[in-house]
Design a protein around this ligand. Structure first.
Ligand code: MTE
Length: 322
């Protein structure tokens, strides 16, 4: 990942938060009305509002947080998606060429029911859930994003992983016709990531299809990406086209590029610095403050999800298994 570059300030056109919330409340009431069914296209015009109420159950499970959320326009214009360029602003303009439908995912390896499956079939029968998660990039910035999606574990179970499935490997599309960044070998494409099977099955691990109540924008990994909130953001692989159950720890794109900088686990850990970035604090890009003036806050072990996930690493030396 290149050195941090100052982002563009794009604050024009921000809706006042109260106006936004009231509009969303009215739209929610309207969305519940049977009238809506008679108005084709209405739902696309303005999607249902993200739920912001955080129940105690959700908060305890780590599924939600009351922390100030990142503005949609920040989360969709300050991105890492190297297939579309290495600048933070590149993906929001260049990823428009990514065709997200039809989309298929190939699932194979150590499972009883492998296959190539259309995205609609992969998600069929699973209700989309909202999760408001912190996203912490290894570069030292963070966001709070309301995602929509399904628990990865529920999806994976359908393929009946065998007892040999110790890890799950994920691959992003690598199509030079649609992805201009692929021409540069900044990474050995395709982008690949992996999780240990218990991490993949953990209820916090989300297969995201949307954010802020809308379908995922291309620059955020449409139509299907991982969100693993206790790990550095690079584990949350975008635009997934293949999933493989493996017995051995799979190679991942960043680890292959620079093993001393990027470990397989990559759990957020303020006690272990990246050779180029301290991990003790983070710039929280949230609310109406410009990205330039983002507040610097302490980074929490496991990105604040320790109660939910630390037990998976009991007995492991997290300095060695960074
Ligand atoms: N997935 C792919 N395929 N390519 C990438 O370059 N960047 C990763 C991750 N997933 C990346 C990717 C990094 S470094 C981060 S921090 C997050 O995506 C950023 O997600 P966002 O742009 O939605 O905030």
């Amino acid at each position: 990942m290149p050195t941090f570059r100052l982002p563009d300030i794009a604050s024009a056109g921000i809706t006042d938060e109260n106006v936004y919330r009231e509009r969303r409340r009215l739209l929610a009431a309207f969305a519940a009305s049977p009238l809506l069914a008679a108005l084709p296209g209405c739902a696309e015009a303005e999607p249902p509002p993200p739920k912001t109420a955080v129940s105690a159950v959700d908060a305890n499970a780590g599924f939600s947080t009351r922390e100030e959320q990142t503005r949609f326009e920040d989360a969709t214009t300050y991105n890492n998606f190297y297939e579309f360029g290495t600048g933070k602003g590149d993906p929001s303009s260049a990823a428009k060429t990514l065709r997200t439908s039809p989309w298929t995912v190939a699932v194979d390896g150590e499972c009883a029911k492998p296959g190539r499956i259309a995205l609609e079939d992969l998600l069929r029968g699973q209700a989309s859930q909202e999760r408001i998660y912190r996203l912490r990039c290894v570069e030292g910035w963070s966001m709070v994003i309301p995602w929509m999606g399904v628990p990865l574990g529920e999806t994976l179970k359908r393929f009946e992983p065998t007892s040999k499935a110790k890890y799950v490997a994920f691959t992003t599309l690598a199509d030079p016709q649609q992805m201009p960044g692929i021409r540069y070998r900044s990474i050995d494409w395709p982008y690949r990531e992996g999780l240990r099977i218990d991490e993949a099955m953990h209820p916090l691990t989300l297969l995201a299809t949307g954010m802020y109540g809308k379908p995922l924008p291309q620059q955020n990994g449409a139509p299907l990406r991982l969100v693993v909130p206790w790990k550095y953001g690079f584990k949350s692989i975008k635009s997934i086209v293949a999933i493989r159950f493996t017995e051995k720890m799979p190679e991942t794109a960043w680890h292959q590029l620079q093993p001393s900088e990027y470990g397989f686990f990559s759990n957020v850990n303020p006690a272990v610095d990246h050779p180029r970035w301290s991990q003790k604090t983070e710039r929280r890009i949230a609310g109406s403050k410009s990205k330039l003036f983002a507040e610097r806050i302490p980074t929490q072990p496991f990105n604040g999800y320790g109660d939910q996930v630390a037990s998976m690493y009991a007995g492991m030396d997290l300095r060695k298994w960074y």
